[in-house]
Structures are given as C-alpha cells and as structure tokens.
Ligand binder design. Structure first.
Ligand code: SF4
Ligand code: SF4
Length: 115
C-alpha cells in the first residue's frame, strides 16, 4: 500500500486499530501539478487548496470520493487511491480490508497497488 506521507497529519490512522478502513481519496502528483487551481474550483465540498503552487487535500474528511477533481486537471496530476483512513463514514466511499482485497482480486479498480 502507498505510504501516508501525502496525507494531512491530522488524519493519520491509529497504529493499534485492529481493522483499518480505507477511503477512496484523491492523490496529487507533485511532479505534475502546476498549481492552476482547476481541481479546487471543481470540488464542491472545498476539500482541496493550493499551497505553495501545489494542490493539497486539506479536508479529506469532507471528501465525497466522487472524483469531480480528476477530469478538470490539465496535467492529469490527480488519481484516486484507497488509503487507510479513520473518520466519519457518512461521506465518501469506504472499504474494509477484506472487501478491498475482493475488489482488487476482481480487478474492479484501475490501478496497481504496490507495497
Ligand atoms: S473526490 Fe470530490 S470531494 Fe473529493 S477532493 Fe475530489 S472533487 Fe473534492
Ligand atoms: S488541476 Fe491539476 S495541475 Fe491544477 S492545481 Fe489541481 S492537481 Fe494541480
């Protein structure tokens, strides 16, 4: 699974949590992002912000996982990933590790998960 280094510090998952859940969240490629702000404009819940010319997921808790930020990006700098997360499950798409493994085995998501 991808490292957590791109996530806001406040959202770090407790290491002693027995069953970590995963949320479908946008990840910005800092090499590609030029800070144009089109993803920020496209995000209704205002989850993204431009900080030092880079789009940053500042309010992941409010993210609805509906991917409206992906298509407007001219640099193709945003992708969605299942990331370990804790918080209010009323917003966004969530999976338990077991369900996530089933999804991956069925190849229902379009990217490769690496260790
Ligand atoms: S997935 Fe939706 S709510 Fe989440 S950051 Fe993108 S546009 Fe905003
Ligand atoms: S739309 Fe793409 S290039 Fe522009 S700020 Fe967002 S992630 Fe960066």
């Amino acid at each position: 699974m991808k490292p957590l280094k791109n996530l806001p510090k406040k959202s770090l998952v407790k290491k002693d949590t027995l069953e970590v859940k995963y949320k479908w969240l946008p990840v910005v490629n800092a090499e590609k992002c030029d800070g144009c702000g089109k993803c920020v404009e496209a995000c209704g819940p205002r989850c993204l912000a431009i900080i030092n010319q880079l789009a940053v997921l500042t309010e992941a808790e409010r993210c609805g996982s509906e991917e409206h930020c992906i298509e407007p990006c001219p640099q193709k700098a945003i992708r969605m990933e299942w990331l370990p997360w804790e918080g209010d499950e009323a917003r966004g798409k969530w999976q338990t590790p077991n369900l996530l493994a089933q999804i991956i085995s069925k190849k229902e998501i379009g990217y490769e998960i690496s260790n």
